[in-house]
Design a protein around this ligand. Structure first.
Ligand code: DGL
Length: 266
């Protein structure tokens, strides 16, 4: 079991921020990453569609013999986690719970903001999870639809992104939230600009770091953690692997090696 790989999936590239964090936290683990580049974005799709895509990917990862599936995509975690857990034969970790727990533990004034895709915000999954850990938390949500394309265009450090971020973050400042969940795979790439606008007193909860820690804890507790050798990484994309690889190198410092094409049945 220890030698089996961990499967990680996302709607596309964004989950590479989580892959990177998992790779650093669990350097001995073999990892299989699946980016559903044929179907991205999930953030504007229905629960039914996102669940169908997620189940197809999970099935593929199970066929590869993974010991654990990490749902790196916030939207898939918000919409499809229950079905994934019901239908998968291996444990499934979502990105949402660890982020919600961290936010509940971090806030001092009880005011938390959740930034996410339209579908994640609409699902109310983050508020529900936060309130479970910290009842009576004051939570506001902000859908940030433009953040994903800005990151994918490699525009993170441009004045346009700053202007968009200032607009999205105005309610967070107005409500005096002291903790902000970066509830989408792409938002850690915008951490610097978000932190700059919100100032040093506001804590950003980066789902990549919290999920990597949760995965480590899970494997450790279940005696499934690989402890020797350098982990191998295999990356699949469901469309245009060359484009995926090119954009990945803009997003990440790490090299992800060859990207293989794997089309889904959906
Ligand atoms: N991966 C998605 C998420 O974390 C963002 C991109 C998309 O909309 O598919 O919510």
């Amino acid at each position: 079991m220890k030698k089996q790989a961990i499967g990680i999936f996302d709607s596309g590239l964004g989950g590479l921020t989580i892959l990177q964090a998992v790779r650093h936290t669990l350097p001995h683990e073999d990892l299989i990453y699946f980016g559903d580049s044929a179907n991205v974005p999930y953030g504007s799709k229905s629960k039914q569609t996102v669940t169908r895509f997620s189940l197809d990917i999970a099935r593929f990862l199970e066929e590869q013999g993974v010991k654990l599936i990490i749902v790196a995509c916030n939207t898939a975690s918000a919409l499809a986690l229950t079905q994934l857990r019901k239908q998968c034969h291996v444990p499934v970790l979502g990105v949402l719970e660890p982020g919600a727990l961290k936010a509940a533990q971090t806030t001092r004034n009880g005011k938390v903001a959740v930034l996410g895709t339209e579908a994640t915000v609409k699902s109310e999954a983050y508020p529900k999870a936060i309130l479970k850990y910290r009842p009576r938390t004051n939570i506001i949500q902000q859908a940030c639809a433009l953040f994903v394309p800005l990151v994918e265009e490699n525009w993170a450090n441009t004045p346009a992104t700053r202007l968009v971020a200032q607009t999205y973050l105005a309610p967070v400042i107005r409500h005096r939230c002291d903790t902000v969940i970066l509830g989408c795979t792409h938002y850690p790439v915008l951490k610097k600009v978000i932190a700059d606008i919100l100032g040093p007193k506001v804590q950003l909860v980066d789902s990549a770091e919290t999920l990597a820690q949760a995965a480590q804890e899970f494997l450790y507790t279940h005696h499934q953690q690989a402890t020797t050798g350098r982990g191998k990484l295999t990356v699949y994309a469901s469309d245009d692997p060359a484009r995926f690889k090119r954009l990945a190198s803009c997003l990440l410092a790490d090299d992800i090696g060859t990207v293989r094409l794997k089309k889904l049945n959906a």
